[in-house]
Design a protein around this ligand. Structure first.
Ligand code: F0G
Length: 373
């Protein structure tokens, strides 16, 4: 029986590794592409969700981290560092443990979800809460890696983008061709850059340099087309919409609370080369999409992940979603990372589970059931 071997081994011929590379993996990738029944019915297109919360640490970051940690080990690193809004730190901590490296993570104080904080600590990272935002953390992490013996595993490391491009490969492999539209949340902008790279490599004959001095290999195209890329930022943290970095980004979607994205140029290129857009959605639209995903599609995500679907719903309301197309929305992280939002009512109140006495009649009454005839 064949077991999925993780993205680096599954897509080794399109990644910077060789047969002899020591691959650091937890079996990431191979995530479900779930048909979204209600979004499809609403739009008249076939809408799929790429459910990245099903990765080993519960987010898409694992695709990049397997490659980054593999590169760290190949470089002889003993310690890695990253800045994070939470998911990268959880992933780095887990993969560093697998690799046998020490891991330091810099997170914005008080602004990361409890699940992610717990993961980083559980996997043994040294977690430092910085009195600043993600952008400040990333600046420090970059300077640290320049001046001290620590290996940077943020998405400014090209290995991260290489690993993350495999999500586009999986989608094409599952659908038989690229979708017409790909929708995803945008924060530091590594992921939109990675997807676009993956889609482009699958749409054309692509040459990959050898890593061990052997022959470069040229692989044939797999897909016949490229998708239009639609990225969505949180309205309070939307530098691409503003056209310049934002000094004090704010959103309840802490994963994408970023004002100065590192992968600026490659994200703009993905948007423009694909004829797509990067737009903003409000926190209320994000929470409405979060509720839609849980209640209608049975997919539980963290708020930042719901920005993609919030964007699709916004575009639909504006009459801008064509019917008869294939659309993929990436939902980037698991709902259990940041579960508090599920207990919030539409009006902003708190859901209180109904209390009931310890007997069947009371439970039946609470459920509005009549005895069977
Ligand atoms: N969705 C989730 C759940 C994320 O954690 C992130 C980024 C994004 C979307 C945005 O992806 O940065 O590639 O544009 N999280 C990073 C982190 C910043 O530190 O975990 P992006």
């Amino acid at each position: 029986a064949h077991q999925w071997r993780g993205v680096v081994r599954e897509y080794a011929d399109r990644l910077p590794v060789t047969e002899s590379t020591r691959v650091i993996t937890l079996g990431e990738g191979g995530t479900p592409l779930v048909y979204a029944q209600k979004l499809s019915a609403l739009t008249g297109s076939d809408v799929y969700l790429k459910v990245e919360g099903m990765n080993p640490t519960g987010s898409f970051k694992d695709r990049g981290m397997t490659m980054a940690m593999t590169a760290a080990v190949a470089a002889g690193a003993k310690a890695v560092v990253c800045a994070s809004t939470g998911n990268t730190s959880a992933s780095a901590a887990a993969y560093a443990t697998t690799a046998g490296l020490t891991c330091a993570v810099l997170v914005p104080e008080g602004k990361i979800a409890m699940g992610k904080l717990s993961q980083a600590i559980a996997h043994g990272a040294t977690l430092l809460q910085v009195d600043g935002n993600f952008d400040d953390c990333l600046e420090i992490a970059r300077k640290l890696a320049e001046a001290y013996p620590v290996f940077l595993v943020n998405s400014v490391n090209p290995a991260r983008i290489e690993g993350q491009k495999t999500a586009a490969f999986e989608i094409v492999d599952a659908l038989g061709d690229a979708p017409d539209i790909h929708v995803l949340p945008v924060g530091n902008a590594g992921n939109i850059s990675a997807y676009w790279k993956g889609y482009k490599e699958y749409a054309a004959e692509t040459k990959y340099e050898s890593q061990d001095g052997g022959e470069a290999r040229t692989l044939p195209s797999v897909s016949t087309k490229l998708p239009v890329m639609w990225g969505f930022q949180a309205a309070g943290a939307a530098p691409f919409v503003a056209g310049h970095p934002i000094t004090n980004p704010e959103t309840i979607a802490t994963a994408i609370r970023i004002g100065n994205p590192a992968s600026w140029d490659t994200a703009v290129a993905a948007r423009d080369e694909s004829g797509g857009l990067i737009d903003a959605v409000t926190d209320e639209q994000i929470l409405a999409a979060h509720r839609w995903l849980s209640a209608k599609e049975a997919v539980f995500v963290e708020p930042g992940s719901a920005a993609s679907v919030a964007g699709l719903l916004k575009q639909h309301e504006a009459g801008k979603v064509p019917a008869g197309k294939t659309i993929v929305c990436t939902v980037t992280g698991h709902g259990l990372k940041d579960p508090q939002w599920a207990l919030r009512t539409e009006g902003g109140g708190q859901v209180e589970p109904v209390k009931v006495a310890n007997d069947v009649v009371s439970v039946a009454a609470a459920l509005g059931l009549e005895p069977s005839a």
